[in-house]
Design a protein around this ligand. Structure first.
Ligand code: NAD
Ligand code: GLY
Length: 357
């Protein structure tokens, strides 16, 4: 078992990583001081797979749990669906001290967190992430949100969970394409923060897909890095923006190819390969670094080449992204493995870059 703390003063919280942890969540919540009612927010798929086990654990620890089951999919990450969660909480007379438990991937975690941030002006919530992406990224750090028809995650709040309970065994039921998509974020941590971790991933690239000890180690190191980054910069004024490596390109790829064509992690993987190429073009890093990044991404079965879009399409799409301030397009660019910088890139340079792709 590993415990990692996100250090945020009196809002600090543990991330616990352990195979089989799902069946211990009730006892561990009792240890955190929770009693009485608990709302489990999940979706039809994950609830069917793991809802019973979590409910059993909660009941055995003396909780009176109830379940709010949402439809499965990013298209349901909306304020309308969040309203149905409020309805469930009100119908079950959830009080301010009662916790919400998010059992699911990033969609459920972001939505349940958003509801927790706003119901009764804030109730405690626990993350029980069940996708690799959620275990290494979205469950840690308190970014909560729902989508708006005009854009993803436009309505939300920074609101930290009280604990994150990660059971890597639940990843065994996850579609392999989802596992690969989550690995994009794992690779990201190596590139932005830790060259040694990048080397570990290179050495174990095929073993990671077996969902065994190597993947658990990768989850642990990813959570350590995310905890350190969030502890240093909770609201993304500085280093937290490094977590957006590949995302400016990635969001454009997702939008231009039609949402759903590329998984987020696949678009981010391609985006990281492009960020590395741009970094080389700008003379910021050695070509060997870009080759290593491309090599690792490819070896876990993720894409590195974007579909064909015109330079105008790329730039127009990037202008709509959240990472644009005062008209400038900002990128996380790579200096060497483990070291990145946030840098503005001019449109002329970008146009030439995209024309060469
Ligand atoms: P997701 O939540 O849609 O899960 C992907 C699919 O896997 C779903 O069909 C889900 O039901 C299924 N699933 C989940 N766990 C499973 C399991 N153990 N076995 C079988 N199937 C399982 O997608 P995601 O990739 O986890 O999350 C994407 C969301 O996360 C996006 O909305 C994105 O905006 C958000 N996100 C948030 C942050 C943050 O910091 N808050 C960071 C990155 C992404
Ligand atoms: N997923 C990016 C962040 O948490 O800041």
């Amino acid at each position: 078992m590993r415990t990692i703390t996100v250090e945020l003063g009196e809002r600090s919280y543990p991330i616990i990583i352990k195979g089989g942890l799902l069946s211990e969540i009730g006892e561990r919540m009792k240890d955190l001081g929770f009693r009485g009612k608990a709302a489990v927010v999940t979706n039809t798929l994950v609830g069917g797979l793991y809802g019973e086990e979590l409910l059993k654990s909660l009941k055995e620890a003396g909780f009176s749990p109830f379940v709010i089951t949402l439809p499965d999919g990013e298209e349901y990450k909306t304020i309308e669906v969040a309203t149905t969660v409020y309805d469930g909480l009100i119908d079950n007379r959830m009080e301010r001290s009662s916790p919400i438990i998010a059992l699911g991937g990033g969609v459920i975690g972001d939505m349940a967190g958003f509801v927790a941030a706003t119901y009764l002006r804030g109730v405690p919530y626990i993350q029980a992430p069940t996708t690799l992406l959620a275990q290494v990224d979205s469950s840690v750090g308190g970014k909560t949100a729902v989508n708006h028809p005009k854009g993803k995650n436009l309505i939300g709040a920074f609101y930290q969970p009280r604990a994150v309970f990660i059971d890597p065994q639940v990843l065994k039921s996850l579609d392999i394409r989802e596992v690969r998509a989550g690995l994009a974020e794992v690779i990201k941590y190596g590139v932005i923060w830790d060259e040694e971790f990048f080397a570990f991933l290179e050495k174990n690239s095929s073993a990671l897909l077996d969902i065994g000890a190597e993947l658990t180690k990768a989850i642990e190191r990813s959570c350590e890095i995310k905890a350190e980054v969030v502890g240093a910069d909770e609201t993304e004024q500085g280093v937290r923006s490094f977590l957006n490596l590949g995302h400016t390109f990635g969001h454009a790829i997702e939008a231009l190819s039609g949402y759903g064509t590329f998984k987020h992690g696949e678009a981010v993987a391609t985006g990281m390969a492009l960020a590395a190429r741009l970094s080389v073009d700008l003379g910021l890093c050695e070509d060997s670094v870009a080759r290593s990044i491309k090599g690792l991404i490819t070896s876990v079965g993720l894409p590195t080449e974007p579909p064909e879009f015109s330079a105008e399409q790329w730039i127009e799409s990037m202008r709509l992204d959240k990472k644009v301030t005062a008209g400038a397009i900002w990128f996380v660019l790579i200096k060497r493995l483990g070291t990145v910088n946030l840098q503005e890139v001019g449109e002329r340079v970008l146009k030439e870059f995209f024309a060469r792709l």
